[in-house]
Design a protein around this ligand. Structure first.
Ligand SMILES: Nc1ncnc2c1ncn2[C@@H]1O[C@H](COP(=O)(O)OP(=O)(O)OP(=O)(O)O)[C@@H](O)[C@H]1O
Length: 280
């Protein structure tokens, strides 16, 4: 699967982002930039502000101050559907699919924003609406094949193994034809083979589609293997930005996030192993 020829991933620039909830500062003057076509991880201990940041980027929360720009467009203040229409798609920490619907129908819901035929034309199944539906179903099949869930298109999502459901969720986000993907803990709760399968798909998404990806992930091995750049938050503040290897060696990060020398060492090993894999 490839991106449309005119596809260009825009820069996502977060500047001075601050979010306050009645007396609590969840994000405090945070800056980072997701370079077009790169994979950028947002990490930090529990309560560091990662979900709050995702919620601002997708329009669920309003920023108290600061700016989020996608290319030349300011996103702060826009409602979620407008942000989605600009090409920002999101997956959730907990699976947010309709379990009784088939994989195909869940993915068709993901195409809703791109549907041109009106409600009446669809309801009456007029020829133009039927043609459009065929076109969307063909694209859904292509995306399902790309993320490795094609064999499950006819199955109710709720009956699929957890790791497959997470890939269906990714497929649904891709059905929006996004320019930026926000992935909230894409491998949380997965076993090792499921993690490897998801990592392989995410690498393909970046390599073949050129979509910019912002990823919240607690699994440091995944971050070390996948991310081009990492931003570390602690108590709502950015404490470091850099390559996975450089942030893992940053004493502020070790203090804030990794806690013990032991976990820092294990994540360094993961970074070294990832580099070896890339060079193999
Ligand atoms: N809607 C809200 N109202 C009040 N406080 C909130 C709200 N959302 C988040 N917070 C607070 O903001 C801070 C940051 O929370 P957030 O969920 O963004 O952290 P996180 O890094 O995503 O944590 P985790 O890894 O546990 O998901 C926390 O202290 C949290 O209690």
């Amino acid at each position: 699967m490839t991106a449309a020829p005119e596809f260009v991933a825009p820069e996502l620039a977060v500047t001075g982002l601050t979010v306050r909830f009645a007396g609590l500062t969840a994000l405090d003057d945070v800056d980072f930039t997701v370079t077009p076509g790169s994979m950028h991880a947002l990490i930090g201990p529990n309560g560091a502000g990662k979900s709050t940041c995702f919620n601002v980027l997708s329009g669920v929360y309003r920023a108290t101050s600061g700016s989020v720009r996608l290319g030349g467009t300011e996103l702060t203040g826009l409602p979620p559907h407008r942000i989605a229409a600009l090409g920002v798609a999101r997956t959730f920490q907990n699976i947010a699919l309709s379990p009784r619907l088939s994989t195909a129908d869940n993915l068709m819901l993901g195409r809703h924003r791109l549907t041109r035929a009106g409600f009446v034309a669809c309801g009456l199944r007029l020829p133009a609406a039927r043609r459009e539906e065929r076109r969307h179903r063909a694209r859904v099949a292509e995306i399902a094949e790309f993320v490795g869930v094609a064999e499950h298109l006819g199955h109710p999502v709720g009956l699929l193994p957890y790791g497959v459901q997470k890939r269906v969720e990714l497929a649904r986000a891709l059905c929006l034809e996004p320019r930026v993907l926000l992935l909230d803990e894409p491998v949380a709760g997965m076993n090792a083979p499921e993690r490897r399968a998801m990592a392989a798909v995410l690498r393909q998404v970046r390599a073949s589609l050129g979509i910019s990806i912002l990823l919240v992930e607690h699994d440091m091995d995944m971050v070390a293997r996948l991310a081009d750049e990492v931003t570390v938050l602690d108590f709502g503040r950015r404490v470091a930005t850099g390559t996975p290897a450089s942030v893992q060696r940053d004493p502020r990060v070790v203090r804030a996030y990794l806690g013990t020398g032991k976990s820092a060492a294990s994540t360094e090993e993961a970074a070294e192993q990832a580099t070896e894999e890339e060079h193999a």
